[in-house]
Design a protein around this ligand. Sequence first.
Ligand SMILES: [Zn+2]
Length: 273
Amino acid sequence: MPKIDSGLAAARRALIPLLVCALALVTGPATSFRDAAAPLHVARSATARGWLPVIPAPPTGEITEAAQESSRCADPSGTWLGMRWRNELRWRVNERTIPAYLGDRTAVVDTLRSAATTVDTGRNDCGLPENLGIQESYAGKTDHRAGVTADGGCGERDGHNAVSFGRLNQGLLAVTCIWWYGGKENGRSVEADILIDDTEGLFFLSVPPGCGSRWDLEGTITHEFGHAFGLGHVAFAEHGSLTMTDGLPDCSTAYRGLGLGDYLTLKQQYGTN
Ligand SMILES: [Zn+2]
């Protein structure tokens, strides 16, 4: 039973609902891949969900849309995992794993593609040029599944950048695993997989009436693609309006684009084309 389902309606309004992301960097065992001497490393970024008893600051309570928006374009904060792509990230979706409750599979894939495009181009809410020119492309369907285990660990890489839905334990929403060569600093990313929890009713494509304890698929996956390209987390308490925050409110579509810090951090690493 996920923690988020235990909430009391009244208490829910008194709390800031958080989607908690725990980021853990794992140095994997040396593995051969083409260059036998190069150790392969794995980074795991888990996006967990649940309610945290964050006490809202009265009398304002929850972050208003207006306040959210203004700080989103004023906060230049960001962190970098260390590794990045030198070539195009071509990724595929395992459509058969898309849960039925999300409806039309094409709409789901379009949502995932939109999230990837946001990070690729630097689509943002702040009027900044959308020309980051990071190279990624959606390459169609695959039968491969993300190399992510149900407990949120990283499995085997298989040479395919797969996005799939599946079971995730411990209230995890989505997990991104990255494999790279070289040192963590300036490493060369070679694979990124994203596993999205397929629990019924967890996500929405557009905010449902009377929304509660559901998350925006697009915003969540924008965050995950941010990880795939190399962005790390910023703390919710100080940077809760940025897309790479480690806490995201439920029922909000405010995280579909990039905030200032998300954008600037990507731009610093990938530049513009
Ligand atoms: Zn995260």
